[in-house]
Design a protein around this ligand. Sequence first.
Ligand code: C2E
Ligand code: MG
Ligand code: MG
Length: 559
Amino acid sequence: MAVGTYLLARAVERPLSALIRRTRLVGAGQLDDLPEHPSRGSSEIAAAAAAFDDVVGNLRLLEGKVRALASCAFDDPVLDQQLPGPLGEELARSVRVLSGSIHDRSELQDRLAHQATHDGLTGLPNRVAAIESLANRIARGRRRGHLVAVAFIDLDGFTRINDTYGHDAGDAVLRCVADRLGEASRDVDVVARLGGDEYLVVFEEVSDVHAALTAARRIAERVAEPIRHGGRTLRVGASIGLAFAQDGADEPLELLAKAEIAVHRARLADEPVALFDEAQQEALRRRTAIEAALRDELAAGGPNLELHYQPIIRAADQSLRGFEALIRWSGPDGALIPPAEFIGVAEASPLVVQLDRWVLTTALAQLAAWHRHPALAHVDLSVNVSGRHVLSRDFAPHVRDALASVDVSPERLIIEVTETVLLDDLIVAVENLEEVRAMGIRVAVDDFGTGYTSLAHLRRLPMDELKIDRSFLSDLGQPQNRDLVRTVNELARHVGVPTVAEGIETAEQYAILREIGCDDVQGYLFGRPMPAADTAGWWTRHQAAVRDDDGVPAPTASR
Ligand code: C2E
Ligand code: MG
Ligand code: MG
């Protein structure tokens, strides 16, 4: 009995419990380090163990497949080995579906990455990619001591093609230019589309400035060749600005900005290619500094801004009609910045609207103060406004707001707008100025003669006064200049508005302008722009001078 039990244990129980142990381990997901099969046992147990090994083998194959899929190793041979039966088929199908969708997704990712860095129309790298490539080229140029040149290419005449022949023609031109830029530059050069009709070519390794100029001129010539599209011959030109990364010191955006500035130079000089130069760089630096300082100044409420007031005089009897407000700004270092300079900078940004509002409010407060002053209660006030503001939708509401905050009659306010601004967008300017005229405010056309207003336009201008530009008065001794001023004055009579002659410095000029018949005069002869506090004193002195000098004052000593 004991021997029988012993034999049974050897033949059945031990191998069976070993098999159970292995099964448990596999059930717990541990395919590695399975214990050995017992060497002996009944034939049934041996068959069960062999079948079990097959299962383990298949599971190992499955594990291999999952690993390959997880690491996107679609060419791993393990994926080609099929597991037996319906499970194997199902698994093979799933692997196909899964690998297909993973493949599609990575293709989509590649496509999106391409789209994010390329221009859809021309297939060229876009602005983002161009700036990145430019940064790389600058860095490489610095390491290797190469000169890197940037050519900013702006098309001439593109808008006209787009407007006249439609967007299809426009697109065809943009694509053709892209191809030509590629043909006209070397493989190492970066060619990109920055947007609109602007392109960029980065010349790596140019030997010198002359070589870059030659390459840019070749590009301009190639772009200017006729383009055939839809049975038509289209033509565009290229204005190219060149800038160089000197010693690799420039930032990509800075270099791009310099090249763009050089484009304006090319246009002004009517040349296909122009170089960015240091004077321009200095001007750019100054502009940027002025803009930043002005932004801070206005944000702080304008503590260093001040209005000076220049008298406007009746030509006939030298009585005081009013004052023109002229802005003064002592910049961050305390030095006075001429308005011609910072107003130009402000005009290029929305800052100028803020500046105009400050001027309007401050000047109107001064006008209210004069109206309480016994000697100056009759004066009116002229305020310059910028073109950008006049053409904005907010212009009339801003004027209305400023007027609402003070107790002055709108008839005492004159808005000065330069002639060139009116011509920029006559329809909008007329509309907005008519709106302020409807409030009772007068409009003066400033610097008249600097634009090219035709008589037909002159009739349409919403104006109550015409200011003859100072440049005409510089040499009134010349008969032709005198005739010119006479003609302008007659023109004003013709449309029924009074004239103001600006910039009178000598008694001779004054005499001639009186003879011509200008209504009002303004200039250093009568009074320079002065702080508000000086105006009453100036007026007293001026009246005395007129009495003493029999109507013709000596140039005033006021500032
Ligand atoms: P503008 O409106 O034509 O002003 C007349 C300019 O001529 C002033 O220069 C004035 O100082 C100057 N001027 C007056 N009489 C004489 C003279 O007898 N001889 C000479 N040589 N110059 C004379 P300013 O103050 O430098 O202003 C220049 C321009 O800046 C102004 O020309 C105006 O267009 C603009 N501006 C001035 N203040 C403002 C402002 O508050 N807002 C805006 N938007 N523009 C302003
Ligand atoms: Mg003016
Ligand atoms: Mg003027």
